[in-house]
Design a binder for this molecule. Sequence first.
Ligand code: GLN
Length: 494
Amino acid sequence: MSSKIQSISQLRALLDEKKTSAVELAQDALRQAGQQSRLNAFVDIRDDLTLQQAKAADARLAAGETGALLGIPTAHKDIFVTQGWTSTAGSKMLAGYQSPFDAEVVSRLNAAGTVSIGKLNCDEFAMGSSNEKSAYGPCLNPWDTLAVPGGSSGGSAVAVAAGVVPFTTGTDTGGSIRQPASLCGITGIKPTYGSCSRYGMIAYASSLDQAGPMAHSARDCALVLNAMVGFDAKDSTSVQRPVSNEDFTAGFGKPLRTGDVAKPLAGVRVGLPAEFFGEGLTTDVRAPVDAALKQLETLGATLVNISLPRTELSIPAYYVIAPAEASSNLSRFDGVRYGHRAAEYSDLKSMYENSRSEGFGLEVQRRIMVGAYVLSHGYYDAYYLQAQKIRRLIAQDFQAAFQQCDFIAGPVSPTVAWNLGEKSADPVQMYLADIYTLSTSLAGLPGMSVPVGFGDKNRPVGMQLIGNYFKEGEMLALADHYQAATDWHLYTPS
Ligand code: GLN
């Protein structure tokens, strides 16, 4: 492994000092994407569209415009619809689909002057934890190409970890930003539900889906988040807050609570849920997480033991609620209103059947069936309603925990990245890997992953931080203090 990353701020300096141009950075990223094509991170690349955006950014720079992201290369998860590039959600159902508009998050980043290199591989309709469930084939982990990169935002994590672009967009419904960030050794944050508009994000489970940035550092994530968040009337669950234009870097470099610069985390209580450190957590993940917690203590934080008693229930609750919403959201892909239509059928019913069986992969079909089942008459009360009640209790557990601490910390994933194929035959094994990320999503809380070292086979390990609603600014500042004292986020695969 080596340690030379290019951060957004470094690229910013090069652009502002005219040592490079947006076109040069874009060409370099396109070249990198081509050289690393074996990783299968990208599903659509169009040099002409990229160069068009880069030239526009250079023109804005030449006109004297400034901005943290102006001219910075990026790429978008294939869950976001984009004009020009295809938008397929990693599914054959939407093969070749051209959106007539951009997702709101993409529009905001375009307005900030970012330059897109293309669309990033992901699990089909964001369903998965390994990026093996994409119609475009699996994406490989650049640290070890035998390993999965995590999912569903696997391509988004790989493009950053492999050094193609300094940041990407991802979406997190039950962990899909935090878990691939952890498994690929980068930083990623899922903000509070409702912070980033879901307009133009192909829906999986609407009450959980949330967009966020993936980058090397907390600082870069904060710069990108500044551009991504904001009220959007086109999304009925978008949050309208009194503070618009929050600067997520505002607290960086300052002590969080006291004036003590030597101990910038003094007065900050970090809660360690017993349920995140129990059976199932492998020792090679636990050791770097423990070391990171020690580092937080050195920086002044107080570690407190807490409990999130319903952690185990987050798996059944999530895997009832998310498929229920998915079965409803995906009903529009029927070969008539949207999506692939089978070439052969004999009547209306077989047209639906053939179109949906050909267009959707097996995992998506499984979830549609589970979802339709738990919502059906007679089972709704037993499964869906019950899961919703558990969801509420899980959210209440977090509020009880936040009486005792300011942030919660633990692992993101019970193991380092597993080998390709290792869990793909057994969906339940795959679901169990989400144990530490699902509860945050069910509660709608912000969570992030910060690289803290390496475990088995030298594969990366991430620490998860969870904050209360709208505490992402402070959470990012805490992560930045950790990253100022350590260099795990600077390592890149050789
Ligand atoms: N692994 C989880 C699932 O398959 C989470 C996916 C996500 O966050 N998009 O549903």
